[in-house]
Ligand binder design. Structure first.
Ligand code: NIG
Ligand code: FE
Length: 411
């Protein structure tokens, strides 16, 4: 056993069974053994056998500790930026009009294909480190800016390399059905055939943890989405969906039929969609960065999701077109101000529910048996995580039991 003791802290465990807001435990202690937590509780209850005198002790001087934050929806690997389109949109051109005119996702596809793998890795690593500095310990990364077998593979390989090079858990999602590449113009169904074939190849190479589709009038239809989901099911891979972001396509209900881990965006989600998600247990991943940056005015149906007990997660949706966001804490604040989340819902959304949206059961709370991924904050109360804007109160990040040295998360 290689025990270490973290004590004199206030834990926001997010354990519902404690029946405390945030699962709070004051004057708490945690015992870490290797990569995992083996004991979490009030310091006075700590068994002496778990606190041998030779074990290193970390006195946190009353600081707040939360589980490591989980950003469960990003498109982190891409070339170029789209600041020019931001300017166009500010002058009144819509996101959809830009996409229809061949800009949007397609312009990032061109820049991504033109970039070397080293450049893609270097840029994605810098972005990942921005998120990590604010306590992110697990990150999902979608492909979807390659749109050919070779380029989708490269993006997924870059995502896997990030997980190897950085003290960070990385989950990859294949999003070949993100947009129609120009070489398939007018042949969307043929493209979906190709996407299904690539999926089998890339899954065979161990590059795919989940499968996503952009189901939208500017992207792929419900029938096309179903075909990709069937291919995923045949390979035993879980699915997720970019659903009802710009219009109600009934995507969430379809995804629910396939037991989707999550449906994401959801501004135009109908009542039927909410009910279908509640039945399937899919997580609603809400993305206030994209809502804000696209100057969307239609709110996702938060009250209905709450009433039906659909778990809600939050993510950065980091991408160059609709959400150039590199602060997950800012998403907590925006979810409270724009979506009327409570600060507790916001923290659950980037811990417990973020883990669930990725199908991960070994993280998201502070409890014995979980991975020792946690963050020490220079804060008194967890509601401050949603409160401050532009301040980074993150003091120490621990991933799989190891404190992350400052080097890997500074540039
Ligand atoms: O999640 N909605 C589709 N995909 C991204 C945006 C992609 C882009 O504009 O490059 C999103 O918002
Ligand atoms: Fe997205």
């Amino acid at each position: 056993m290689s025990l270490s003791l973290w004590q004199n802290c206030r834990l926001a465990t997010l354990q519902s069974s404690l029946h405390q807001p945030y699962g709070l435990i004051d004057d708490a202690a945690m015992v870490v053994d290797g990569p995992g937590l083996i004991w979490v509780g009030a310091r006075r209850d700590l068994p002496a056998a778990l606190a041998p005198s030779h074990a290193p002790r970390h006195d946190l001087q009353g600081a707040l500790v939360t589980p490591g934050l989980i950003d469960c929806h990003t498109h982190l690997v891409y070339g170029g930026t789209r600041a020019n389109e931001f300017e166009q949109r500010l002058q009144g051109v819509s996101y959809e009009a830009i996409a229809k005119a061949g800009g949007g996702i397609r312009s990032t596809v061109a820049a991504t294909r033109a970039a070397s793998s080293d450049t893609l890795l270097h840029r994605a690593s810098a972005r990942a480190r921005c998120l990590m500095r604010e306590g992110v310990t697990t990150l999902e990364i979608k492909s979807g800016y390659g749109l050919s077998l070779e380029h989708e593979r490269r993006c997924l390989q870059v995502a896997r390399s990030l997980g190897q090079q950085l003290p960070l858990g990385v989950r990859t999602t294949f999003l070949g059905a993100h947009a129609l590449p120009s070489e398939f113009e007018g042949r969307a169904d043929d493209y979906i055939d190709a996407v299904c074939a690539w999926l089998a190849t890339l899954a065979g190479e161990g590059l795919v943890d989940a499968v996503d589709v952009f189901c939208e009038r500017i992207a792929f239809s419900l029938a096309q989405t179903r075909r990709v989901f069937e291919a995923a099911r045949a390979l035993g891979l879980p699915v997720k969906l970019h659903a009802e972001q710009l219009s109600d396509q009934g995507g969430a209900a379809l995804a629910a039929q396939f037991g989707a881990l999550s449906c994401d965006h959801l501004e135009y989600l109908s009542d039927d969609g909410v009910r279908a998600m509640a039945r399937s247990g899919s997580v609603a991943v809400l993305l206030p960065g994209a809502f804000y940056f696209l100057r969307e005015t239609r709110l996702p149906p938060i009250d209905a999701l709450r009433q039906h007990g659909v778990p809600m997660a939050l993510a950065s949706d980091h991408n160059p077109g609709s959400s150039p966001v590199l602060s997950l804490l800012l998403m907590l604040n925006m979810a409270c101000t724009l979506f009327r989340f409570t600060p507790e819902e916001a923290l659950r959304a980037v811990t417990v529910n973020g883990a669930r949206a990725l199908g991960l059961t070994d993280r998201g709370t502070l409890a014995a048996g979980q991975r020792a991924d946690f963050v020490v904050w220079a804060l008194d109360h967890p509601n401050e995580l949603s409160y401050w804007i532009g301040r980074n109160p993150c003091q120490t990040v621990v991933v799989a039991g190891q404190a992350v040295p400052p080097g890997p998360i500074t540039d």
